[in-house]
Write a protein that binds this ligand. Sequence first.
Ligand SMILES: Cc1cc2nc3c(=O)[nH]c(=O)nc-3n(C[C@H](O)[C@H](O)[C@H](O)COP(=O)(O)O)c2cc1C
Length: 363
Amino acid sequence: MLFTAFSNTRLKTKNRIAMAPMTRSRTSQPGDVPNEMMAVYYKQRANAGLVVTEGAPISAVGRGYSMTPGIYTQAHIDGWKKVTTAIHDEGSKVFIQLWHVGRRSHSSISGEQPLAPSAIKVPDQVFGPLPEGGFGMIETEQPKAMSQRDIDNTIADFVQAAKNAMEAGFDGVEIHAAHGYLFDTFMRLESNQRDDQYGGSQENRMRFMLDTLKAVADEIGGDKVAVRVSPHVTEGFVDEDAEIIQVMLTAFEKIAPMNLAYLHFSENISRHVEASESFRQQVREVYPNPIMVAGKLTKATAQELLDKNYADLVAFGTPYVTNPDLVERFKHNWPLTGFDADARLTLYGGGEEGYIDYPEYRA
Ligand SMILES: Cc1cc2nc3c(=O)[nH]c(=O)nc-3n(C[C@H](O)[C@H](O)[C@H](O)COP(=O)(O)O)c2cc1C
């Protein structure tokens, strides 16, 4: 089933394999502009039926990592056109991941104090300018609690970013609501201590994400919108959240009528708990539309998720870093190039090395 086309009224892909979103920080400067080298990188990997791009900040203040490609200037739109054209030439679909990092930032990257549901900081580091020059990991800054105006402006920024994405030729947008970034922090008790309509009850804590999804879907059509969540991941938080699974399941029920392209689960990164089989069944009960799962999948475990009807699409991240021709390797059972220490060194920033120079398999 991995290699059969996926088709429903919302999304059609040539196979069930997706390339998971991966930040690689290789834009052109100044202005964090997508470039020809990025187009080559994505084209090499467009054997995936669906490519999800690296996270693209929707605004300057939504930026948490230096050199990530924005989607809020005309230069960004024009740069991304190179990427969408390259992927479409291979017969694949491409969604751009729309990203607001929330508190996981520093004003030396975002230009102003990072935004969060509440003014709460946890120990955390992001990729930014080092005091001694160059780039590296720096501690995040104390965030500011968002005002209603900040929230309204942010929703408007997401809508504008989605319109920009349409202009750039994307098939859709994936809203990043995972990994301790903005929406995830609104949904969890530890980071959200608000007493307005965005805090307190479970319904209030999911409101910002739902309002944003609805606003974006109203603008470009629900079939062009997806959302990524990570209820089992605690990246960006100190503790697990006792209510997050329930919050998410209720949110999925509310999202279902929006008829989104897909609901994307990020699992098994950094600190996490395992997603149980009963969770997957509960999700299917409340959510009838396409589901994508990512996180340390192998050909066999991905196939199993499809066979059990727990997923419609399966996404691979690190295997796509070192195996540009991943689908062909899976098809022929060719060996995969491992993701070793060297591969890690060239993940973020830099040039062609470790980016577009991984060869296709030769028998
Ligand atoms: C270098 C790198 C960058 C990543 N950047 C993003 C990102 O921008 N957005 C996101 O949602 N996940 C990001 N992820 C997580 C991946 O999408 C994926 O969920 C994770 O790597 C687990 O899948 P894998 O085991 O197949 O690699 C990143 C992962 C890696 C290795």
